[in-house]
Design a protein around this ligand. Structure first.
Ligand code: TRP
Length: 383
């Protein structure tokens, strides 16, 4: 505090030449008069919908936990990437959500960068979309507070994921309970119309819709009511060792999960040891869950329908089939793996991406937050 150079101008009374720009620059005071007791009635009406020509807003977020697997890629991230041209996309890495359960700080930081590099390797493009870290954008926790003040406690206590996760913790933290309110804020802050989420997040999205409606009803129309977005082409990839369960990054069996950064050797070994079923035909059937899963994977990676693949392998054995699966997965993942190596080696570039993403996201977030604060009756933030 030695020099006054970096300090903000001290408070000065209005009317002595200082200006108090409004929090929301889009709605400057209508008159230059220094003191106004109420807003003039002629302000433009605030619409929850942006310009007619604007692309629909898509937002999705993921926690920075570990590595993405083939199921994440084929079932989700690949589709997010395909939405980038005709949607305004926001892809958030939600580090504030991550600390609702115990985390190791160094791991959280490393995983955040790794997560970004993996998303970029999968085709999420910072030139077309906003890739950002949740804690970099002011507004997520602020909006969560306001929404939390509208949210019935009982609804949070009934969340399936809360009950599951709470049962696994020795002591349950308040953040675990209010997690879905923060998620609602992530979505509503950007007025997202479509939210790609997995089945396990649908209940949270339902809560988000309830809170948006509650806010709109309590104050006035503000939020777009978001819809879950389930891609038509999302592949459902199961564990290679237990095809009755979804492929999971936390599977204790190291051969069950194909990570997107696995080496060619890893892929060959894991596909080679994937469980198959009795009988020798390559055919999708309820009593052949292992072969069915491999057919799904091969189909998603090669673009050939399952029925055509069944024809291809008529009269051939599991050995030929697994070699084809290995080659197809390798063909899809090799470029992802090499892009990941390039991106993750350039920390400065990752930081530039995050800076640009945060700036883009912050502009939108600021606009919503200003509107929300005004509607709930907070006095305009002095600047
Ligand atoms: N809860 C989500 C998950 O665990 C992550 C998440 C946080 C999210 N905020 C979001 C997903 C907003 C979609 C939109 O998978």
């Amino acid at each position: 505090m030695g020099s006054s150079g970096g300090r903000r101008a001290p408070y000065r009374r209005a009317g002595d030449g200082s200006r108090f720009p409004p929090f929301d620059k889009r709605h400057p005071p209508a008159s230059p008069s220094p003191i106004r007791l109420s807003r003039p009635p002629a302000l433009p009406t605030l619409s929850p919908v942006s310009e007619p020509a604007a692309k629909p807003v898509v937002l999705t977020c993921a926690q920075p936990t570990g590595r993405l697997h083939l199921g994440n890629y084929l079932g989700a991230v690949l589709n997010w990437g395909r939405m980038q041209d005709d949607h305004e996309c926001y892809f958030g890495i939600v580090d504030q959500h991550a600390i609702t359960v115990p985390t190791v700080p160094a791991d959280l930081r490393a995983n955040t960068y790794a997560c970004l590099a993996q998303y970029m390797a999968c085709g999420l493009d910072p030139a077309r979309s906003r890739l950002f870290v949740q804690s970099h954008v002011t507004g997520h926790t602020e909006l969560a507070w306001v929404l939390g003040c509208l949210c019935p406690l009982g609804q949070l206590e009934r969340m399936t994921q809360f009950k599951d996760k709470a049962a696994r913790q020795e002591s349950v933290r308040a953040g675990l309970l209010t997690y879905p309110v923060l998620m609602a804020a992530d979505i509503l802050l950007y007025n997202a119309a479509k939210v790609p989420v997995g089945e396990d997040q649908k209940q949270h999205l339902e809560l988000t819709r309830d809170l948006a409606q509650k806010f709109n009803h309590t104050y006035s129309d503000t939020f777009v009511i978001p819809e879950p977005y389930i891609a038509a082409t999302g592949a459902r990839v199961m564990s290679l060792q237990d095809p009755g369960a979804k492929m999971s990054k936390s599977d204790p069996n190291a051969s069950a999960t194909l990570f997107i950064t696995d080496s060619a050797d890893d892929i060959r070994r894991k596909v080679g040891s994937a469980v198959t079923d009795s009988g020798a035909e390559v055919r999708a059937a309820p009593d052949k869950p292992g072969v069915s899963n491999l057919l799904q994977i091969l189909s998603a990676c090669s673009g050939r329908p399952v029925a055509a693949l069944e024809d291809d392998f008529r009269g051939k054995g599991y050995g030929d089939f697994k070699r084809a699966v290995t080659d197809a997965v390798e063909a899809v993942l090799a470029p992802v793996r090499s892009r990941f190596a390039t991106f993750s080696a350039d920390r400065a570039e990752l930081d530039r991406v995050l800076k640009a993403g945060a700036e883009g996201a912050q502009r939108a977030a600021h606009r919503t937050l200003a509107k929300v604060h005004r509607k709930v009756g907070f006095v305009e933030r002095p600047r």
